[in-house]
Design a protein around this ligand. Structure first.
Ligand code: PBG
Length: 323
């Protein structure tokens, strides 16, 4: 095909024609909205680096979730900030822990909303690491049992899906086993399979009060320089029983999303993380970017790369944009 016989502009002449040949789209069914839940009553704290996002107490969370459902949001993922933290993060699997109570309330008061829970220890441990410590090392195998207990407690509270984000080796298998042994063989696991040690998580650590007390997460999260390793992580999680493979962050890792889309048939999720949200919000607040258009284009790019599902703090804004 050569000019002048072929003229690509013919199919761009007006919106009717452009929409006829548009290759990528998305709807609210593809988005998951992250929410932070804290102890107390009547609490709604705005997160300073994430304008428009809040920590909610359970009562306020229920109110918010009703509004979200009415606005068209289909699914949320919950992060809990417990009253008390300790060395093993024991509030993560407490029967009346913060996330467990939030899940129960949402499933009762907001039927139809899909409730996913993040499974990790970093919000619950006094040292802020995603597993238990031996000296300054995060111990892999001893952590697995605790993550499995946390996932089981979420399922017992009524969670529709669990999402382990800790990056310990073997956790998907440990969680699949405990769920199956207890009659939860129908609860899917969305694994944070390819989670990079990223500076884009900065604002989240304020929101979830989960910054590590010493060191960083580079001994368990992936090196941003690595791509082939992503295939090994995803293959392990698939073999251990993951139902959905997640890549995180999203926009700096579109190549990884694309590669997983080519190599695996499981659904692919991508987490458009707190720092990606904060960067757009900050530029828009200065008047330097058109927020609506940039948000739409960002989510479209993540879909085009191959993600089926996108976790994004812009889900609420997108409900308005899409409507
Ligand atoms: C917990 C967890 C993190 C995020 C999701 N789950 C933070 C981290 O690993 O430090 C980040 C989400 C975001 O930045 O929006 N392990």
């Amino acid at each position: 095909m050569m000019f002048p016989e072929y003229r690509p502009r013919r199919l761009r002449r007006n919106e009717e024609i452009r929409s006829m040949v548009r290759e990528t789209s998305f709807g609210m069914e593809h988005l998951i909205y992250p929410l932070f839940v804290v102890p107390g009553r009547d609490v709604q704290n705005e997160i300073s680096a994430m304008p428009g996002c809040y920590q909610f107490s359970v009562d306020k969370l229920v109110e918010e979730a009703k509004g979200l459902r009415d606005a068209g949001i289909k699914s949320v993922i919950l992060f809990g900030i417990p009253e008390e933290k300790d060395a093993t993060g024991s509030q993560a699997w407490a029967k009346s822990g913060i996330v467990q109570r939030a899940v129960e309330a949402l499933k009762k008061e907001v039927p139809g909303l899909i409730v996913v829970t993040d499974v990790c220890l970093c919000e619950y441990t006094s040292h802020g690491h995603c597993g238990v410590l031996s000296g300054k090392d995060v111990e892999n195998d001893a952590t697995l049992e605790l993550l499995a207990k946390a996932a089981l407690s979420h399922a017992r509270a009524g969670a529709d899906m669990v999402a382990p984000s800790d990056m310990m080796d073997g956790r998907v298998g440990a969680i699949r086993d405990i769920l199956d042994e207890n009659g939860y063989e129908n609860i899917p696991i969305m694994a944070y399979s390819v989670k990079y040690a990223s500076a884009f998580y900065g604002p989240f650590r304020e929101a979830a009060e989960s910054a590590p007390e010493f060191g960083d997460r580079r001994s368990y999260q992936m090196d941003p320089a690595n791509k082939r390793e992503a295939l090994r992580e995803a293959a392990l999680d698939m073999e251990e029983g993951a139902d959905i493979l997640m890549v995180k962050p999203a926009m700096p890792y579109l190549d990884i999303i694309h590669m997983l889309r080519q190599e695996f048939t499981l659904p692919i999720a991508a987490y458009h993380v707190s720092g990606e949200y904060a960067a757009i919000k900050a530029a828009a607040a200065q008047g330097w970017l058109d927020e609506e258009r940039v948000v739409y284009e960002s989510i479209l790019s993540i879909r085009r790369a191959g993600a089926d599902i996108i976790l994004t703090y812009f889900a609420k804004a997108l409900a308005k944009i899409l409507a």
